[in-house]
Every structure is written in C-alpha cells, then in structure tokens.
Write a protein of this length. Sequence first.
Length: 299
Amino acid sequence: MDPGPVDDSHLYLQATHRSQSIWDTSSIVVLSCRRREAASQRTIPFDQRIAPYLEAAGFLGVSQVGFMQLDWHLITALVERWRPETHTFHMPCGECTITLQDVAVQLGLPVDGEPLTGSLRYNWMLICNDYLGVVPPDMKGQRLSLPWLAEQFEELPPDADIVSIQRYACAYIMQLIGGFLFADKSNTLVHCMFLQFLFDFDQAGTYAWGAATLAWLYRELCRASNAQSLEIAGPLMLLQVWAYDRFSIIAPQRTLQHSDGRPLSFRWSDVQVASEQSGNMLLIYRWTFDRLSRSQVKY
C-alpha cells in the first residue's frame, strides 16, 4: 500500500520525513527530549523581590508554571504528524497547529509587541559585566554556561540592593530562556543575544516573547521531523499541554482543575506520564492519532 501523500506537490518532503521510516522499517525510535526546567528551578530559586521585574518584563506568568514530566512518546508521535511544509499537524480529521493564543494562555507570555531582533556584534564579556555583574571565564562562541550562571546567583542576600536584585532577576530570566523557552540541544548553554533585551525590564515587556517562543518551537519541530533526527529541544512543555487540552482522549487524569491565576498549563504540573521504558506507548499514540475523529478534537 502506498502510504502517501496522494498529492506530493505540497508535502514534497515526504522522502526525508520521519513518518516515512515508519513504513520503511516499522521504526519505534523515540526522540530524546532535551530540557533543563528542573535544574533551573533548583539552581536559581525564585525570590519574591524579583517578582515586580519579572512582571514588567513579561516573565512572571511563565515563572509560575512549574515543572512537568515530559512524555517522550507523545512528543515523538506528534512530531511524526508535523509537516514542515505547512507548519501544521496532519490528522485524519484535518490540520491543526499551536497558535499565539495557545502560547498566551498556556504560558502567560506576551504575544503582541515588538519583534525580538537585534545585533550579534557585541562584546559579550562587557555585556555580561554590565547586565549581570559577572564575567564568564570562557564562552562557547556567543553562549553562556547555565551551570556557571547558576553558581554566580545561588541565592539573593537578605540585604541585597536594587542593582543586585535586578541582576538576579536578569539571571533568573536567562535561566528560563536557556532552560525552557529557547532551549537548544546543548542543554547547558544560553545565547547572550537575549541579554540585550533585558537591559530595561519595562522595555523588555514591550517585546513579543510569546511569538518568538512559538517560532522557536516551530523550528525545532521542523528539525525533528527529519528522519535522521534523534533529539528535539525547545519549549516542549507547551507542545505537551497543548496536546492534552486539544486531544482529551490522550490526556492523563489531572488533580488540579484550576490554575488559580497562573497560566493554564499549571493545571498539568502534577500529572504522571507513561514511563520512558514503556515501548508500547509510541504505538498506542500512533494508533490513537490514526483514528482521531473531529468530535475528539477540542477547538
């Protein structure tokens, strides 16, 4: 049987798409999900004194989401349905995708505002000294080590002045950026380019961080959809909670029914997902998506 697509004039990347390997080799390869949210929460603790700065910059909501266990099998099954040609998931009942509204309600990030564009021609050592008050001993290209950053901001002293609190808030946001929102496959590095947007917290709040986060997720989904990819990074929690809310048939039972003023994804912060060693889960998700009807999708 020809797996399709019937018309390859639009879905022209099928030959290199990971869904092709399912037909060719009955692949059950599960993508490794690269993340650092748990380590970030342990290393640079949230201090109530930085809350006004996080709120001004647009990061207070996402800082309240909490940690969530990722379901690698679900994410892999979703990537198999993702088409880089259209930036949508192709389901039996039609196409669907994650939108800016999803980012706003699930993570609490601003989606309206100025685009995150800037120069990469800076002396990043001086930028780190000006914005963070510390200078890295070495850098990986233009990226900072997140473990090193955590060592510099282990705890905010009780007698910290305004400048120290602001630098702590900046370091906390950089952990959110490098460990979650704009995570890459290094798992321990964050690009210094984001520092230029955090010089003034009120100004930082005018940028569309949510739009940039969604674009980053789209890029990672497109990369992971290639048959040769073994890993995926980016804001994968967003992908998972979106799937839980849109396809309730695959969502686990949750104990938190309300987000209590936090972003909507907080409701899923305590759920238990299938063990990573459970090899049948990928096949179960594939089977479920293959038989998904329009009535089972929440719009």
